[in-house]
Design a protein around this ligand. Structure first.
Ligand code: KIV
Ligand code: ZN
Length: 516
């Protein structure tokens, strides 16, 4: 196998992660996540699927223009038009990669592609050669490799390497693999494919059986030298292997792995928070590495042990993955310049002066209420501040909610629809229910509320609450996120954002459903 002195981390939060229902991100949000990945020193950032939409293309291109130190990659089906579009999107990158794929399992070839195996090999070779005409760095994936026949995998991979693929990716697309068996598959491929030494072997595991990280680790043990993963394990269905878990498993057990990643682990928790804020996918408290309880010791015996000697119950140091780095950055008296500078340091750049002004006004209002403003608060302000034209027809002007023991809660809201003001009111079982009913009495969206969740952005009772509202209409799912020190106002903002997202939603191709 081609050599590498470190385990290559290929992050696909912005592509596979974005395929999670409701996790759609706009260009500015993708850029912020890409900047966080750059800080983490991720080797490859899969920034999107260029042919999917103009929005995806623009986001990849702007990431390629502004990120340095990481290779920028676009996904492309094994089709000329996809490959050419991917090439155009990654062209400005310091180092660009085209990642092309075709399905190789009997079930996918027969029912999805309706192609014979030899036609699939032919198309794969053609795609790799075309991609190599654009860039040196070409990755080829055998979609649904986890359910593909080993002999066929050997055949198509040998042909793809001969055609110029430098990285060969073995995806467990449907999360079907079991660690020992998946590790053995990697071992067999590396030993049976005659030109395996000319490429780096990679894995891409989905978490349908909760085994994505275990399968990835088994693959590393058997010689895989690139792992595809996402922050917080975001991704299609049950998600992908979590970057933070793989990186920390390898780092913590250096006694077992004779290879390490280049990841700067101190940026893990901030990156996790950022992805959670932008997508509206909360991180469960007991999630490894980045969950709020990951380093909390509840039982008296554990606390006593940790105080006497940390390593009695802790295998990693919280600060090594970026916990406790909440820094007090700005306060009530901070000026516009300090505000702008800190935002830039966080990778947040508003496209217009009026957006920056709006964000600054929000910051001042928050500083009056809260006094201490943390990076997480700034991230939330930035997420809340969107360009008007991106926002869609609805906006919240003001609201009043009555919540009193023994009295039916009632909400009164003033909202704009296409800049025209309306005041609406409704009663509900609680203040949030009354608020959503008041909004619906005007909008009548026909959406189903699939999820409502509240999280505190920082600690303390004066913290901002971050609310996620997931709405579904006609099979389309969106997540709206709103933040405010008042969680009822945050709820209204989140609901309105979700309505705007569902209203303006453009058409976007899905890489694995679209026909070849
Ligand atoms: O899961 C999968 O097979 C993929 C490929 C496109 C790499 O995401
Ligand atoms: Zn995938």
């Amino acid at each position: 196998m081609a050599t590498t002195d470190h385990l290559v981390i290929f992050d696909t939060t912005l592509r596979d992660g974005e395929q999670s229902p409701g996790a759609t991100m706009n260009k500015a949000e993708k850029l912020r996540i890409a900047k966080a990945l750059e800080k983490l020193r991720v080797d490859v950032i899969e920034a999107g699927f260029a042919i999917a939409s103009q929005g995806d293309f623009d986001a990849i291109k702007s990431i390629a223009e502004s990120v340095r130190g990481s290779t920028i990659c676009s996904l492309a089906r094994a089709l000329d038009k996809d490959i050419d579009r991917a090439a155009e999107a990654v062209r400005p990158a310091e180092s660009g990669r085209i990642h092309t794929f075709i399905a190789t399992s009997p079930i996918h070839m027969q029912h999805k592609l309706q192609m014979q195996p030899e036609q699939v090999v032919e198309q794969a070779v053609k795609a790799v050669k075309r991609a190599r005409n654009h860039v040196d760095d070409v990755e080829f994936s055998c979609e649904d490799a986890g359910r593909s026949e080993l002999d066929f995998l050997c055949r198509i991979i040998e042909a793809a390497i001969d055609a110029g693929a430098r990285t060969i990716n073995i995806p467990d697309t449907v999360g079907y693999a079991i660690p020992e068996q998946f590790g053995e598959t990697i071992h067999q491929l590396l030993n049976r494919i005659p030109n395996a030494d000319k490429a780096i072997f990679s894995v891409h595991c989905h978490n349908d059986l909760g085994l994505a990280v275990a399968n990835s680790v088994a693959a590393i043990t058997n010689g895989a030298r690139q792992v595809e993963c996402t922050i917080n394990g975001l991704g299609e269905r049950a998600g992908n292997a979590a970057l933070e878990e793989i990186v920390m498993a390898v780092r913590t057990r250096q006694d077992l792995f004779n290879i390490d990643t280049r990841i700067d682990t101190q940026h893990i928790v901030p990156a996790s928070r950022l992805v959670s804020t932008i997508t509206g996918f909360p991180v469960q408290p007991n999630k490894a590495i980045v969950g709020a309880n990951a380093f909390a010791h509840e039982s008296g015996i554990h606390q006593d042990g940790v105080l006497k000697h940390r390593e009695t119950y802790e295998i990693m140091r919280a600060q090594d993955v970026g916990w406790h780095t909440n820094s007090l950055v700005l306060g009530k008296h901070s000026g516009r310049n300090a505000f702008r500078t800190r935002l830039l340091e966080l990778g947040i750049k508003f496209e217009t002066e009026s957006e920056l002004n709006e964000a600054f006004t929000r910051f001042k209002a928050l500083a009056d209420l809260k006094h201490e403003i943390f990076d997480e608060d700034l991230q939330a302000i930035a997420s809340d501040t969107r360009q008007k034209e991106e926002e869609g027809p609805y906006d919240l002007v003001c609201m009043q909610v009555c919540s009193e023991t023994g009295v039916i809660p009632r909400a009164t809201l003033t909202m704009t629809v296409e800049d025209k003001e309306h005041t609406v009111e409704a009663e509900g079982s609680g203040p949030v229910d009354a608020t959503f009913k008041a909004i619906e009495s005007l909008v009548d969206s026909g959406c189903n509320l699939q999820l409502y969740s509240v999280n505190a952005i920082t600690s303390g009772t004066d913290a901002q609450g971050e609310v996620t509202v997931r709405l579904e209409r006609g099979g389309r799912i969106v997540n709206g996120v709103g933040s405010d020190t008042d969680i009822i106002i945050a709820s209204a903002k989140a609901y309105i954002e979700a309505l705007n997202l569902i209203t303006r939603g453009g058409k976007r191709q899905h890489p694995q459903i679209a026909d070849v």
